[in-house]
Each structure stands twice: as structure tokens, then as C-alpha cells.
Design a protein around this ligand. Structure first.
Ligand code: NAP
Ligand code: MG
Length: 407
């Protein structure tokens, strides 16, 4: 019998809701605990625990990530009025992801999981494209107004202790609409730093694109901050790693991405990143084949799946019906977290374990054993077999055992 692999430092484990909570337990019991000796700082973000603690548990979890550096999170319910009724909540608590993102000041990186028998709809793509989305400001924190008729719309900034500065937006001669948006140099700088650090860490090229030809002050500020950060802190590191950084107009980037073979980090402003990450995910098959990591400029990492709690499957599960829910994204959340922990701790055996876990999961799908969502998008093959939620994890566990035994 081989001994268990020791994970040196603590990992922050953040449990969640519904179907992903069921899968989380299976992944831990069947794929991780038989092979690893881990110290887990466990935070239960089940919606009932968040309610009991008036959401204190969420900020505690974020603080734990700031203490230990690396965390892994299950999907959680973001409560709306239906959920308040369903769980008898005190109030519709804020999205835990938003709370944690704010506390960690992070950027979210999303990358599809490639397998040989699921081809991206864009045939040129041979390697996964990672999206780095700025998660602060712009249209997500806007102020907008409906204009009902004739009049003058202006933009006004009053400096502290100074005179107002005004600029004309439009002399309206009839009804219309206006919108005010903002960003801060501080937030753009940490976005830029996080993207450069991520590209260096992964040894992949970095593209950044915006609409600086039209937005000569706003988008140009993003371009200039990226350029200054690159020259000041990253050029030498990029050259040493043999990777490149460039800025290009977003129109040009979109055209080039479609003809590229992929493999780069594509940094995007908030709205562009929102839209483009959905495009990349759907072109690559399914949200369950997408990894997501929140990286903070202070060096904290939180790994998660890109999908939600898969509510409809959960309702079927509690009625005792069969489910075929895909655990790939949750497995990769754990493997990503273990790799990072192993890297930071200087424990290569933990990194090797995480690589084998990913290989075992990928190869299971490549052998044709998959959940219902993938059967629909995979290459047609008589060996393809749709399995239920647990049978998929069991098949991965078997392959993983073989890999670990064969060294
Ligand atoms: P969802 O959980 O992502 O599921 C939407 C649909 O996508 C499912 O009904 C299913 O389609 C498919 N799907 C997603 N993940 C899958 C998987 N692993 N395997 C197979 N199919 C999968 O989104 P939602 O139903 O809109 O949201 C449910 C809850 O999740 C909400 O309370 C929301 O607040 C929360 N949420 C949390 C996070 C997070 O914590 N990161 C993110 C998003 C949403 P079929 O039904 O067609 O099979
Ligand atoms: Mg979106």
C-alpha cells in the first residue's frame, strides 16, 4: 500500500449548495481523501448557514483565503425572492462570489477544458483561450437617465475644494437616453498587474483589447495603464519566459482570435469580458467544461467551477430520480487549487497528483464515458456511453487509481 500524499499548508474549502454540494462530497470522498492527507479550513456556505450567521460565514471564508492564500469553492445560491421563500431566509443575501471578489480585489480568469472528442465550433482553435475579465466598474456600475424632451445634457465633475468642470454631452431636440460610467486608475492598475502575472505564471501570450480609437480618453486610459505597467514591471519577465504582450483594437482582436490557434490570455474590459467569455464557453461545448479562478493582486487564489448549483438536477436528485450532472469543472477546481498549493509549498508530488487527476478526468471523457450534457456535443462514436453523476466520478476514480499505481 502506498502512503497518502501530504499537502503541506492549509487549503480553504468553501462548501456550497444543491447539486454541486452533492457532487462536491463525492469528489472529495472518491477522488481526494483516499490519496491525500490535507488540512482543510472548512467554511460551509450552504444558504441556511449563511442565513444563520447573517452572512458572516462568507466574509470569514474570504478572510481565510487571505490568511492561507489558496481556496476552492463550490457553487452557491445567490438568493432572490423565490429562494427567500424556499429556504425561509431573513433576507436575499448578496452573492457570495461578489462579496469574496470585492474582499480579494480580484480578476476572474476563465478557461475551457479541452478533450479530444469535443471540438470547439471554431475549427482553428487548437488550444484553450483564457479570458481575463476586469470585474469592476463601467456599465455594471452605471447611472442612467431617460430624457423626455428638449434640453441640454452635461457631464460635471466637481473637484474636492474646486470649481465644477463641465462638458456637453448632447443638446437634445427630442426624447432620448444618457448614461454615466466610471473606472479608477487603481482598479485598472490591479487588473493589469493580475493579467501580466497570470500570463507569466502560465507562460502564455497576453492580448489586451479595447476601443481606444473611439473612446480616446476612457479606453485609452486602460491602454496606457497596461503599457506603463508592462514597461515598468513585466517586459524583462516576458522576454525571459519567451511570451509576448500586445494591445490591439477590439475589432482587430476579435478577427484575429477567430483565425488563431488559441492558447493566449485575452484580457478584456468588464462588458467585453462578460460577452466574450460566454462566446468562448459555448463555442467549447458546455459551461461544465469551463474552469474559473479568482486571482487577487495580493497573491490569493480562489478556484471554482464556472457554472451554478444546477438546481433542476438537484430537484430531480431529491425526488430520487437519476441525474447525469457533469463534475468536470468541480474536479478541475480542486486540481487547480492543489497545483497552486503544491507550487507555493514547493511540494511537486502534490502537483503531480493534481496533473494525474486532470488526466484521469479528461481520459474518461475521451474513452466515451460521459454525462448527458457532453453526449450531445461529443464526436459520435459507438463506444460513447451516458452515465449518471456518480458513475462518472467512479470511472474517474478507477483511472486515477491505475495512474497512481503505475507511477
Ligand atoms: P446553472 O446551475 O449553471 O445551470 C443552468 C443549466 O446549465 C442547468 O439546468 C443545466 O442544463 C446546465 N448545467 C450547468 N452546469 C451543469 C453541469 N455541471 N452538468 C450538466 N449540466 C449543467 O445555472 P442556474 O440554474 O441558472 O442557477 C442555479 C443557481 O446557481 C442559482 O441559485 C444561481 O444563483 C447559482 N449560481 C451560482 C454560481 C456560482 O456560485 N459560481 C454561478 C452561477 C449561478 P439542463 O437543465 O438543460 O441539463
Ligand atoms: Mg455573461
Amino acid at each position: 500500500m502506498m502512503g497518502k500524499i501530504k499537502v503541506k499548508s492549509n487549503i480553504v474549502e468553501i462548501d456550497g449548495d444543491e447539486m454541486t454540494r452533492i457532487i462536491w462530497k463525492m469528489v472529495k470522498e472518491k477522488l481526494l481523501l483516499p490519496h491525500l492527507n490535507m488540512n482543510l479550513a472548512y467554511y460551509d456556505l450552504h444558504i441556511a448557514r449563511r442565513d444563520e450567521t447573517s452572512d458572516r460565514i462568507t466574509t470569514d471564508a474570504a478572510e481565510a483565503i487571505m490568511r492561507y492564500g489558496v481556496g476552492v469553492k463550490c457553487a452557491t445560491i445567490t438568493p432572490n425572492e423565490d429562494r427567500v421563500r424556499e429556504y425561509g431566509l431573513k433576507k436575499p443575501w448578496k452573492s457570495p462570489n461578489a462579496t469574496i471578489r470585492e474582499m480579494l480585489d480580484g480578476t476572474v480568469f476563465r478557461k475551457p477544458i479541452f478533450v479530444k472528442n469535443i471540438r470547439p465550433s471554431v475549427s482553428a482553435w487548437k488550444k484553450p483561450i483564457t479570458i481575463g475579465r476586469h470585474a469592476y466598474g463601467d456599465v455594471y456600475a452605471n447611472t442612467e437617465m431617460r430624457i423626455t424632451g428638449t434640453g441640454k445634457a452635461e457631464i460635471v465633475f466637481t473637484p474636492a475644494g474646486g470649481e465644477p468642470i463641465r462638458q456637453m454631452i448632447k443638446e437634445f431636440t427630442g426624447p432620448g437616453i444618457i448614461q454615466g460610467i466610471h473606472n479608477t486608475d487603481g482598479s485598472i492598475e490591479s487588473f493589469a498587474r493580475t493579467c501580466f502575472a497570470f500570463a507569466c505564471d502560465q507562460k502564455i501570450d497576453l492580448w489586451f483589447s479595447a476601443k481606444d480609437t473611439i473612446s480616446k480618453t476612457y479606453d485609452a486610459r486602460f491602454r496606457d495603464i497596461f503599457a506603463a505597467e508592462y514597461e515598468k514591471n513585466w517586459r524583462a519577465k516576458f522576454e525571459e519566459a519567451g511570451i509576448s504582450y500586445f494591445f490591439t483594437l477590439i475589432d482587430d482582436a476579435v478577427a484575429r482570435i477567430m483565425k488563431s490557434e488559441g492558447g493566449m490570455l485575452w484580457a478584456l474590459k468588464n462588458y467585453d469580458g462578460d460577452v466574450m467569455s460566454d462566446m468562448i464557453a459555448s463555442a467549447c461545448g458546455s459551461l461544465s467544461m469551463m474552469t474559473s479562478v479568482l486571482v487577487s493582486p495580493h497573491g490569493y487564489f480562489e478556484y471554482e467551477a464556472a457554472h451554478g448549483t444546477v438546481q433542476k438536477h438537484y430537484y430531480r436528485h431529491i425526488k430520487g430520480e437519476e441525474t447525469s450532472t457533469n463534475s468536470m469543472a468541480l474536479i478541475f477546481a480542486w486540481s487547480g487549487c492543489l497545483k497552486k498549493r503544491g507550487e507555493l509549498d514547493g511540494t511537486p508530488d502534490v502537483v503531480t497528483f493534481a496533473d494525474k487527476l486532470e488526466e484521469a478526468a479528461r481520459q474518461t471523457v475521451e474513452m466515451g464515458i460521459m454525462t448527458g450534457d457532453l453526449i450531445l456535443v461529443a464526436d459520435k462514436n459507438p463506444n460513447n456511453k451516458k452515465v449518471d453523476t456518480e458513475a462518472f466520478i467512479d470511472a474517474v476514480a478507477l483511472r486515477l487509481q491505475k495512474k497512481l499505481k503505475n507511477g
